[in-house]
Design a protein around this ligand. Structure first.
Ligand SMILES: NC(=O)c1ccc[n+]([C@@H]2O[C@H](COP(=O)([O-])OP(=O)(O)OC[C@H]3O[C@@H](n4cnc5c(N)ncnc54)[C@H](OP(=O)(O)O)[C@@H]3O)[C@@H](O)[C@H]2O)c1
Length: 316
């Protein structure tokens, strides 16, 4: 059986690293993984985790998703430029009131999370179309469906990803290509630490008192607890994604965290869009005690939903 080539972006840490190692360790050796990162000097953790797969089913390559030349050079270096499965994972976060963020900071988030994926596809999609085969997997987020307080720009970048992929999916079908959006809730990785530490450093002098207080005393105060309660591991996301790339008929969307599903379902329950906004408002400002109690309850339930998930599609 031919080995499939998998190219993954952002493998220096977190989900990308776990994904690369998990796929390269496939018992049946069905995949050759090209694990890419923008800065090869950050490769130590991946080299260590890859172990004996390095040089066999896993190879590390340089790729900065914000640099078209680096993307082209990387793809050109792959035999016949053949990528069967592309996993667009590289991403950055940003939290805080928009009046305290510069347009440059915001553009950097869009440039990585949205245009990074678009640049990749511009390079790889034409070859997939020619071959009439390929699977494009994008690590999106539940924030690609439902915006969250003080994540305005990050959620916008993931909404952009989702809108783009939804538009492309119909065309892709014509070429026999699959697209899947993986939508994790919170995942405990470097991302969480970096975003929180940057959040703590936010210069709130440009925000009014109510906004600054909301960010510090509600959002940042609950941040860690939300990750503790809902947070999955990078390995959890790797397991879900592995199932997605090995299933015969992959879904267009896959949420990895069933504890989060009720929140994203609110979106579809009310075409006016008021229901999720009202509920989030009440949770944050009127029922903080209930909110905290619910988090503790969910923590208890968490172990039940961790491993069991199916990819069943509703019957047409
Ligand atoms: N953690 C969460 O709670 C969570 C939840 C939902 C979705 N996600 C998504 O999951 C993906 C992976 O995040 P993670 O949690 O694994 O975070 P992470 O540990 O911070 O990993 C992010 C990766 O993206 C890389 N990256 C950033 N800019 C890049 C660029 N221009 N070119 C190439 N690589 C670049 C980083 O490289 P450097 O080491 O060089 O910075 C790093 O390898 C992101 O798309 C994120 O939005 C995360």
């Amino acid at each position: 059986m031919d080995q499939k080539t998998v190219l993954i972006t952002g493998c220096s840490s977190g989900i990308g690293l776990s994904l690369a190692v998990h796929i390269a360790n496939d018992e049946k050796k069905r995949f050759m993984v090209y694990a890419t990162m923008r800065n090869l000097s950050k490769g130590e953790a991946l080299v260590e985790a890859a172990g004996r797969t390095l040089g066999k089913t896993l190879e590390i390559k340089q790729m900065d998703v914000c640099d078209e030349n680096s993307i082209k050079a990387c793809v050109d270096s792959i035999p016949e430029r053949r990528i069967d499965i592309l996993i667009s994972n590289a991403g950055v976060g940003l939290i805080g009131p928009i009046e305290c963020q510069s347009i440059e900071e915001m553009k950097a988030v869009m440039d990585t999370n949205f245009f990074g994926m678009v640049r990749l596809l511009k390079e790889i999609l034409p070859d997939m179309k020619k071959r009439k085969s390929g699977h494009i997997v994008v690590i999106s987020s539940v924030m690609g469906i439902q915006g969250i307080l003080f994540n305005d720009i990050y959620a916008a970048s993931k909404f952009a990803v989702e809108g783009f992929c939804e538009s492309l999916a119909v065309q892709a079908l014509r070429f026999n290509l699959n697209i899947t959006l993986i939508e994790p809730g919170p995942v405990v990785t470097e991302f969480e630490r970096k975003v929180f530490e940057e959040g703590l450093k936010t210069d709130l002098s440009k925000a009014d008192k109510v906004t600054a207080d909301m960010f510090t005393n509600i959002y940042l105060k609950n941040y860690k607890q939300i990750f503790d309660t809902f947070g999955q591991t990078a390995e959890d996301i790797a397991e879900h994604t592995f199932k997605i790339i090995t299933v015969e008929s992959p879904p267009f969307r896959h949420q990895t965290n069933s504890l989060y599903t009720p929140m994203t379902t609110l979106k579809y329950a009310d075409p006016n869009g008021d229901l999720p906004i009202d509920i989030f408002y009440k949770m944050v400002f009127e029922h903080d005690k209930v909110f905290n109690a619910s988090l503790n309850f969910l923590k208890l339930l968490r172990w039940r939903s961790r491993k069991s998930f199916t990819l069943d599609k509703p019957k047409a």
